[in-house]
Design a protein around this ligand. Structure first.
Ligand SMILES: Nc1ncnc2c1ncn2[C@@H]1O[C@H](COP(=O)(O)OP(=O)(O)O)[C@@H](O)[C@H]1O
Ligand SMILES: [Mg+2]
Length: 253
């Protein structure tokens, strides 16, 4: 088996008496679309926060491409290729759609320029922005101000912004929240295509079970900070503990 992109060992986190990570051990491999599901308060967002550096674990280790990143700050993880989008919309409302994606690309190039003396190529920046916008289906809206977009389109823009940093591993926290069915379908398609290119590996926290089962090659179920299931759609559907946890919820497994 090849080296995992990310590996989590004995991760533990509690907020007071609430345990949000109970000895989590997981490996994420390149190109595998993984969903993390679980009831509200299971610890899904906290897990993403720990992976991407906004919350430190109480104990345990996070490895990325064989390197211990447990204590690295957010920006250093981004530089290595570990990125995220948030559960709430986070775009620059007064800038255009194009500019929102251009900024992180230019920032990445400036770093490359500093390190290797590369010259910025404006045409390639334009092309790269448009390529990313096309992937998420926002190319026709490039010149609109971000705040003129529908809520769902703003969420697509967020994904585009996250992609602009050229992540190797991208965590999406409820990317379809507030989206209509057309926008959901679009983001689903976009993630699938991007995943096939294998440059970015996706780990997605998602409520919509239709999307989870349609998209995921692997589903991890968290409950009170504990991984209670880890497998294919079929294995998840037939897992007794998962059925127990979701029993009584409006979820069709
Ligand atoms: N910064 C924090 N301070 C205190 N408690 C928190 C904090 N963040 C999350 N929690 C608690 O940790 C638990 C897991 O939260 P969260 O990771 O947001 O769950 P999920 O995303 O699965 O709904 C919840 O009980 C939540 O109230
Ligand atoms: Mg959450």
């Amino acid at each position: 088996m090849t080296e995992p992109l990310m590996e989590v060992q004995h991760l533990y986190k509690a907020f007071g008496r609430v345990i949000t990570a109970e000895d989590i051990n997981l490996r994420f491999h390149r190109g595998v679309i993984t969903s993390i599901i679980g009831p509200n308060g299971a610890g899904k967002s906290t897990f993403i926060n720990m992976m991407t550096g906004s919350i430190p674990p109480d104990s345990g280790r996070i490895m990325f491409e064989g390197k211990d990143i447990t204590s690295l700050p957010i920006h250093k993880r981004v530089r290595l290729g570990v990125c995220r989008s948030f559960q709430v919309v986070d775009v620059f409302p007064e800038l255009t759609v194009f500019e929102n994606v251009e900024i992180p690309i230019l920032a990445a190039q400036r770093r490359a320029w500093k390190m290797f003396g590369l010259v910025t190529n404006e045409r390639s920046v334009h092309e790269e922005v448009m390529e990313i916008l096309t992937k998420v289906g926002l190319d026709a809206n490039a010149d609109l101000l971000a705040n003129a977009l529908s809520h769902g389109d703003q969420r697509l823009l967020e994904v585009a912004i996250a992609l602009a940093a050229r992540p190797k591993l991208l965590f999406l926290d409820e990317p379809t929240a507030g989206m209509n069915p057309i926008e959901r379908k679009r983001i689903l398609q976009g993630i699938r295509e991007l995943s096939q290119e294998k440059k970015t590996t996706f780990v997605i926290v998602e409520h919509d079970m239709d999307i989870v089962f349609a998209l995921s090659e692997r589903i991890i179920v968290l409950h009170h900070g504990e991984v209670i299931s880890d497998g294919t759609s079929e294995q998840t559907r037939t897992n007794d503990r998962v059925r127990e946890v979701y029993l009584g919820e409006e979820v069709d497994l």
